[in-house]
Design a protein around this ligand. Structure first.
Ligand SMILES: Nc1nc2c(ncn2[C@@H]2O[C@H](COP(=O)(O)OP(=O)(O)O)[C@@H](O)[C@H]2O)c(=O)[nH]1
Ligand SMILES: [Mg+2]
Length: 447
C-alpha cells in the first residue's frame, strides 16, 4: 500500500514535469525550471498535500569524451537515461540533453556551423520523454541562475590497473586534462557544449571522481553526497550499462525514435528509389514506441540489400576486418544473388571516388546511395544525413554491416525494433584475408 502511494506520487510528479517540459518545447508557456512554486502549481490543484510534500526536482547534465563519435554517444545516452529512470524512483530528476557539438566525423564545411545542435534535430523529444523527463541544454540554460551550475564531477578511471574488478568510487586528484579552469573567485569555467564561448557559464564546485562501476552505482552518491540542484557528470562513458540488453535497455533504446522530419526524408527515398513502403515491407510502426512489440520475422523489408560500408579512418584502424572495395563488391554480389535482389542501398562514409569504384564492380545491379540536396544538408547537417542513411538501410530485406562499427550496431538495434529476423540483421562484411570471419553476437530485443 505504502509502495503504491509512493509510486503513484512518483508518476504524478513525473507527469507534471513532463507536461512542463513539453510545454516549454512547444513554446506554450515559459516557466522557470528553478522555481518550484511555479513548477508544482500546474495541475496540482487536486493534490495540495502532494505539492507541499514535493521535494525540489533536480537536473542531471552529462557529457562524453570529446573523441567519441555520434553512435557511441547514443549508447551513453541509454546508460544515463536508465540512471535517471532509477533516480526517479526516489526523487524527480530531469535529464538535460548535451547539445551536439562538432565531432571529428562531421567534416562537411558547406553546411554551416555544426555546433550547439538541439537533440530535436535528430530525435523525437516526446518519445524520449516517454522514458525519462528530458530537456534541451539550451532551454535549461535560459533560466539557470547566473549561468552557474552547482556541481561538476569529472569521471575518470583509477590509475592503478585492477586485478580483481569491483565497483568503487572516490574523489581524487584529476589524472588528466579536464577542460575546466578554476577562476580566482573559485568558480570553474568550461566551454559547456560551446555555449560557454558566448556566455559565461561556470560551475560552483568541481571534482574529479575516480570510478569503476555500472551507471546506477553512482545513484547513492547523487542522492546522498550531492546537494546541488544541477549536477553535471563529465566523461559519462566511464559508467557501464546497468544491464546490457535487458528490457530497460531496450526501452531506453526504443525511446530514441529518430526525428519525424528525418524519417520522412528516408521514407520518401525508399518509395522513390527502392520500391519500399511500410505497408509492403510490413514495417508499419505505432507512433508511440511503447505500443510496438514486434516479433522476429514480423518485418519483411524492402526489396533491396542494405550495406553499411564504413571507410575513412576504419580502413586503417581496422585493416584486417575492413574489406577492399573489390572484395566488398564480391560479397555484395553474392548476397544479391542469394536473396534474388537487384538493388543495393549503401550507407557509407566513403568519398565519392571510392563509391564510384564500388559501383563499377557491380554493373549488373542498381547501386544506390542517399545524395541529399544542399538544402537538406544545411538544415540537418552531417548528423541528420547519417540518421537518414541508417533509417533507409535499416529497412532493407537483408542487412550487412562493418566489423565493430557502432554505426552498424545502432542499425542492427533499429532492425530488432522493426521486427526483422535476426538472421537478416547480425551480419558483417569480412576482411580480404578472413573469408569466414566471425559474425557479430545477436543482441536480440527484449520487449
Ligand atoms: N552519412 C553517413 N555517415 C557515416 C556512415 N558511416 C559513418 N559515418 C560518419 O562517421 C561517423 C562514425 O562514427 P561513429 O558514429 O562513432 O561510428 P563508428 O566509428 O563506426 O563506431 C558517423 O557518426 C557519421 O558521421 C554512413 O554510412 N553514412
Ligand atoms: Mg567511432
Amino acid at each position: 500500500m505504502a509502495d503504491n502511494v509512493a509510486s503513484s506520487k512518483y508518476f504524478l510528479k513525473w507527469t507534471i514535469h513532463i507536461t512542463l517540459v513539453l510545454m516549454s518545447f512547444y513554446g506554450v508557456t515559459y516557466s522557470d525550471p528553478y522555481d518550484d512554486n511555479i513548477a508544482f502549481q500546474a495541475g496540482t490543484e487536486n493534490q495540495p498535500e502532494f505539492a507541499a510534500a514535493a521535494k525540489p526536482f533536480r537536473y542531471l547534465i552529462y557529457d562524453v569524451n570529446p573523441g567519441e563519435g555520434f553512435n557511441l554517444r547514443r549508447d551513453v545516452y541509454m546508460r544515463i537515461a536508465n540512471l535517471v529512470n532509477n533516480l526517479n524512483k526516489d526523487e524527480v530528476w530531469i535529464l538535460v540533453l548535451p547539445a551536439w557539438k562538432k565531432m571529428y566525423h562531421w567534416q562537411s564545411k558547406d553546411v554551416g556551423e555544426q555546433t550547439k545542435i538541439r537533440w530535436s534535430t535528430f530525435f523525437d523529444l516526446p518519445s524520449l520523454n516517454h522514458h525519462v523527463p528530458v530537456m534541451e541544454f539550451e532551454d535549461f540554460l535560459m533560466s539557470l541562475p547566473d549561468y552557474s551550475i552547482d556541481e561538476v564531477y569529472h569521471l575518470q578511471r583509477y590509475k592503478e590497473p585492477w586485478t580483481h574488478w569491483s565497483e568503487k568510487m572516490q574523489i581524487e586528484e584529476c589524472h588528466e586534462w579536464t577542460g575546466f579552469h578554476e577562476r580566482p573567485n573559485g568558480s570553474y569555467w568550461s566551454s559547456f557544449f560551446d555555449f560557454g564561448h558566448d556566455m559565461d557559464i561556470t560551475a560552483k564546485k568541481f571534482n574529479c571522481l575516480s570510478i569503476q562501476g555500472h551507471a546506477s552505482f553512482i545513484k547513492p552518491f547523487l542522492l546522498q553526497n550531492t546537494t546541488g540542484r544541477s549536477v553535471f557528470i563529465d566523461r559519462a562513458e566511464t559508467l557501464l550499462h546497468d544491464r546490457f540488453g535487458n528490457s530497460l535497455y531496450w526501452q531506453a533504446r526504443k525511446s530514441m525514435v529518430f526525428a519525424k522530419h528525418l524519417r520522412e526524408i528516408g521514407d520518401e527515398y525508399r518509395a522513390k528509389h527502392l520500391d519500399s513502403t511500410d505497408e509492403t515491407d510490413k514495417t508499419v510502426m505505432d507512433p508511440d514506441w511503447r505500443k510496438n512489440e514486434k516479433k522476429a520475422g514480423d518485418a519483411k523489408g524492402g526489396p533491396y540489400l542494405g550495406v553499411h560500408l564504413r571507410r575513412k579512418d576504419y580502413v586503417k584502424a581496422h585493416k584486417k576486418h575492413v574489406p577492399s572495395l573489390t572484395y566488398a563488391a564480391e560479397q555484395i554480389e553474392n548476397l544479391l544473388q542469394k536473396y534474388k535482389l537487384k538493388k543495393v542501398f549503401v550507407a557509407t562514409d566513403a568519398p565519392t571516388n571510392e563509391f564510384s569504384e564500388l559501383k563499377s564492380y557491380l554493373k549488373k545491379y542498381k547501386v544506390f546511395r542517399f545524395e541529399p540536396s544542399k538544402e537538406i544538408r544545411m538544415k540537418y547537417k552531417d548528423g541528420g544525413m547519417a540518421i537518414i542513411d541508417q533509417w533507409i538501410v535499416a529497412h532493407a530485406r537483408y542487412f550487412i554491416g562493418t566489423h565493430v562499427s557502432t554505426f552498424s550496431f545502432r542499425i542492427q538495434e533499429e532492425r530488432e525494433i522493426l521486427g526483422f529476423d535476426p538472421e537478416t540483421t547480425f551480419n558483417t562484411l569480412c576482411g580480404d584475408d578472413d573469408e569466414e570471419c566471425e559474425q557479430p553476437a545477436k543482441w536480440k530485443i527484449v520487449n
